[in-house]
Design a binder for this molecule. Structure first.
Ligand code: F6R
Length: 625
């Protein structure tokens, strides 16, 4: 939700770097965008535009900055307070045009602050919560000692201002009178610094500067950074100095480019065979029929034996992965498991159980509800484990144990490869738990590891085979359907949910995922020719029951598209259209079956002319409740 980016260079002009950084952060919000720089002439100049970054780039071409600038900040907005129009676009200014602020998050007490500031004569130009920050810093900069020569004055003004601010924020301040410094601060919203030889960057997320440096400092909550071209100084809000060694990020810079694909989503779908390998293969221990994790929390057999229940908690696609994970833990480790929406779990006051393990799942590691639920679980004394993709994110740091999914940066707003990586991580954890608890023998562990290794080739074959052409045909025919129903049983029910979510979010078609056996209790009333029904009907002990449910759809004139295992003849008799997928062991079918559903959503969204990588109203990382 909102991307912020700042740069201070020793020399040269940073406006190109700012625009490029924002381009890489645009997945975080795209309601409006803006830039501010201090030019070598000493002017503080701001350009903002409603809509996508392209509109800001056009604005800059019409009206370029009046000189080169070695310091600047930028923002791409996902609107919370105030309509997505130019006057609400960041950066926001103080009264005197002395300084500007970009912000991601929500200032909860902004109405009180705004009233007090207005009573003291401040004039507001927007409806945003952010603008109070600019006026607060303005006041405290004026009140504080020291002029332009006092390098620390801006940071002190930010420290004093934040003492009265309640809420979540990552912010960066740029002042005309301190043109060699940016001041950044963080509370509950991600912010990191990139340390290059000739410049320092700050951004909401690492990909913003990955082409310039891999040396990253992740800010912690309650920290303020004073950033110069030569480095940074970090302090806690209370004033004490903090020292922290940089983390080296080994993601490939090319991973944040489209690499010849028309959309990031399509590229990320195609990366899935490699993501499977990256998430799993180095962790597989064939000799022991077991899995080894980097984090010692998961290697302790005694600990696993004492776990009495797993609480899987997440949002959106990550929760759908959690629903699959529940089956894995129950089947492979004979361990009771439940999966819940983070936004519900955190306020439900779940009953504590002796030996319960909380397991959060999150691509970004910054989702506000997932973090809130994890903190609530920790407060109740539960050990908190997490499956996370974004290295160094808040969840990554706060969890007692982490399984990294190693999927690399995901830029498309709709989760695809990270969903698959979450399924892999859950499968591996369930094998580990099963081995530690004696629910799986060495042989059984080995056989599951073998299946997982073999899966890479199956995923590759699926992506290269005929399925894409069949999906394109179905998409062409159904692109204007009134909606879709996705049905599945057992392990396939969460995949039905995921298929429906993908379609909804990128094509804006209504879609529902439903347990196939439950359909007759209501949704069957929807069945008619104009509502395509996608049935997940791959090999499983429940297949005959799924066929029965498909017959029920067919008998009512419904149009059936079936996802079937190769060689499964019966399906073609029931379904109007069959999408064949490689036959794999039932427990791994979710990793296979989700791919045609991702492609179906992609093709329909493309034909409907939707913005696939940046669907309306959404943002990649949901840092507000
Ligand atoms: C859907 C999607 C979202 C996320 C959800 C959680 O395609 O991407 O539903 O899965 O917002 O995000 P993370 O995994 O970052 O916690």
């Amino acid at each position: 939700m909102c991307g912020i980016f700042g740069a201070v260079a020793r020399e040269g002009d940073v406006s190109g770097a700012l625009l490029e950084g924002l381009r890489r952060l645009e997945y975080r919000g795209y309601d409006s965008a803006g830039l501010a720089v201090v030019t070598t002439r000493g002017d503080l100049e701001v350009r903002r535009a409603e809509g996508r970054l392209a509109a800001l780039a056009a604005r800059l071409r019409e009206s370029s900055f009046g000189g080169s600038a070695s310091v600047g900040i930028g923002h791409t907005r996902w609107a919370t307070h105030g309509a997505p129009v130019e006057r609400n676009a960041h950066p926001h200014r103080d009264c005197g045009g002395e300084l500007v602020v970009v912000h991601n998050g929500i200032i909860e007490n902004y109405l009180d602050l705004r009233r007090d500031l207005a009573a003291r004569g401040h004039r507001f130009a927007s409806e945003t919560d952010t603008e109070v920050l600019a006026h607060l810093v303005e006041e405290n900069l004026k009140a504080g000692a020291g002029g332009p020569a006092d390098a620390g004055a801006l940071a002190r003004a930010v420290h004093v201002s934040l003492a009265g601010v309640r809420g979540a924020y990552a912010l960066v301040v740029l002042s005309r009178s301190h043109p060699h410094t940016l001041v950044a601060a963080r509370a509950d919203v991600p912010l990191c610094l990139g340390l290059a030889r000739d410049a320092t960057y700050c951004a909401s997320d690492v990909p913003a500067f990955l082409d310039r440096t891999r040396e990253v400092i992740f800010l912690h909550n309650g920290e303020v950074a004073e950033i110069t071209a030569g480095g940074y100084a970090l302090r806690r809000l209370e004033g004490e100095r903090v020292e922290r060694a940089p983390t080296r990020i080994d993601w490939d810079a090319a991973a944040v480019e489209r690499g010849g694909y028309p959309h990031f989503m399509l590229k990320e779908i195609h990366e899935q065979p490699d993501v499977l390998a990256a998430a799993a293969f180095d962790r597989l221990d064939e000799a022991r029929g077991d899995v080894r994790f980097e984090d010692p929390l998961f290697d302790d057999d005694e600990r696993w034996r004492k776990v009495s229940r797993i609480d899987l908690v997440a949002c959106g696609s990550a929760l759908h992965a959690g629903f699959v994970g529940r089956f894995y833990f129950e089947r492979l480790a004979r361990l009771p498991a439940q999966a819940d929406f983070a936004s519900e779990y955190r306020y439900r006051a779940p009953l504590p159980a002796d030996g319960a393990l909380f397991l959060a799942i999150s691509q970004s590691g910054e989702t506000a509800d997932t973090l809130g639920a994890a903190r609530e679980a920790a407060r109740r004394g539960l050990p908190v484990a997490a499956i996370v993709n974004a290295v160094g994110s808040t969840l990554w740091r706060e969890a007692h144990g982490v399984v990294g999914t190693h999927a690399g940066p995901e830029v498309g707003v709709a989760a695809t490869k990270t969903f698959l990586a979450q399924l892999v991580a859950l499968y591996l954890l369930a094998i580990r738990a099963g081995r530690a608890r004696g629910a799986l023998t060495v042989e059984q562990g080995r056989s599951r590891i073998h299946d997982l290794r073999a899966l890479r080739a199956h995923l590759g074959a699926l992506l290269e085979g005929q399925t894409r052409a069949a999906i394109a045909r179905i998409a062409e025919r159904e692109k204007d359907a009134k909606g879709f129903l996705f049905l599945g049983r057992g392990l396939q029910y969460p995949i039905a949910l995921e298929g429906a979510l993908k379609l909804k979010e990128i094509s804006y078609l209504h879609a529902e995922g439903y347990p196939a056996g439950e359909m007759k209790h209501g949704p069957i009333a929807l069945v008619e020719k104009a509502l395509p029904v996608v049935a997940l009907a791959t090999s499983s002990p429940l297949l005959e029951k799924t066929f029965t449910n498909m017959q029920e759809v067919r008998a009512r004139g419904g149009k059936l598209i079936a996802i079937c295992s190769r060689g499964e003849a019966a399906a073609s008799e029931v379904a109007d259209e069959v999408l064949e997928v490689p036959a794999v062991p039932e427990d791994l079918a979710p990793l296979v079956n989700v791919i045609p559903l991702q492609l179906l959503a992609y093709e329909i969204a493309r034909l409907r002319g939707c913005d696939i990588d940046m669907p309306r109203n959404l943002a990649k990382s949901v840092t507000v409740e």
